[in-house]
Design a protein around this ligand. Sequence first.
Ligand SMILES: Cc1ncc(COP(=O)(O)O)c(C=O)c1O
Ligand SMILES: N[C@@H](CCCC[NH3+])C(=O)O
Length: 429
Amino acid sequence: MILPPHFSIRGGDLFIEGQNCVDLAEQYGTPLYVTSEDRIRTQMQGYRDALSSYYSDISVLYAAKANGNLAVFQILASEGAGADVFSSGEVALALKAGMDPHKLLFNGSSKTLMDLALAVELGIRVSVDSLDELHQLDAVAAEAGKVAEIAFRVNPALEVPTHPKIATGLASSKFGIPHQQIPAAYAEALACSNIKPVGIHCHIGSQILDVTPFAKAAEVMVRIAREITDLGIKLEFLDLGGGLGIPYNHTSETAPSPAEYAAAVMPVFLAGIKECNIHPELWVEPGRSLVADSTVLLATVNSVKKAHKTFVNVDAGFNLLIRPVMYDSYHEIVVANRADQPIAGTYTVAGPICETGDLLAVDRALPGVQEGDLVAVLDTGAYGFSMSSQYNSRPRCAEVLIRGGDAALMRRAETVDDLLASMVTPPWL
Ligand SMILES: Cc1ncc(COP(=O)(O)O)c(C=O)c1O
Ligand SMILES: N[C@@H](CCCC[NH3+])C(=O)O
């Protein structure tokens, strides 16, 4: 199996940067998420360098939902990132990490009036997802005596090669306003006294391993940019969203690099803005491709059971990593304390949750796993902890950040007391 450069195998153990996963598991306990800081920085720099080699006014807005740890926001903020935010919690994290409110975009197809008021108060631009939302925002801004700067979220009606649950720009998707209705939406925005349309936004889906759909989306976006420029709108930013995938299967998959993404998208963008004679900032919103492969989920093997299959029962399940269950996702498995041993059989890695479907990996060729071993689930930095739950009343695990030879907690493990802390006994019980 090919490992990204922040991993190595030394003396049979899996290392992440300069840290032995076996030692980390002993020190912090398992389950445990472990993240390489350097990898996140490298990925962010990859986007910045690729895009800025074509155009000077670019911003990378980290898609905050991918990994909501404050330290991850802080790393990305220090590399100049803004953020695509979907909730007041994501706004709070981005601001606490020092991100510029003007480099945030408040996204979402179902915002509350409180969300809109927060965006207005903080001067965060809003990606408006419906005409109802437009008029709500106009009223909220009027009430605050302010003008809200907006983009519309365009639904470009594009088929994309990914799991149907994470394709977001299909004609049938819940996100965005159908592209045919977009010019009329901007005309309506121009008629609102407390709204200033300054941007345009789309996001076609996630885990896309081919750059062609991104170029197609860019074509739709520059066509619309032309149409709305004719309406008299001065575009300050054009946001192409995120969605670049990663090779979860290290043997059979490859993913385009940010440079390949830029080579597909930037000529379309540059030709389009030249034709309209405009100079908007170009925004992109990667999530997964910035953070996914920075992280492993470490889990201890509680038992190995030979039944219909050979089950490796570990202490992390879909409470901590729901992707395999939710999207049939594949994650590579390394037996972290036998990383140099030959394949000994076919194993199914199962979690501790009381559900038959709680399997992290099915029928994998692995070295001879035994109780007490340590399993590393790779590429879990995106939509891993951020989609975790306390199902079966299991406290969530800790997260550790690695910088070279240093390791430090970036989230402590929850305790059973934490589970109980937010519960209130009704007075009649
Ligand atoms: C609006 C928006 N932007 C960006 C992203 C990030 O996508 P990805 O993690 O696939 O790069 C998402 C999630 O799909 C999203 O909904
Ligand atoms: N949660 C999804 C990605 C969704 C992206 C958010 N729109 C995944 O793990 O692949």
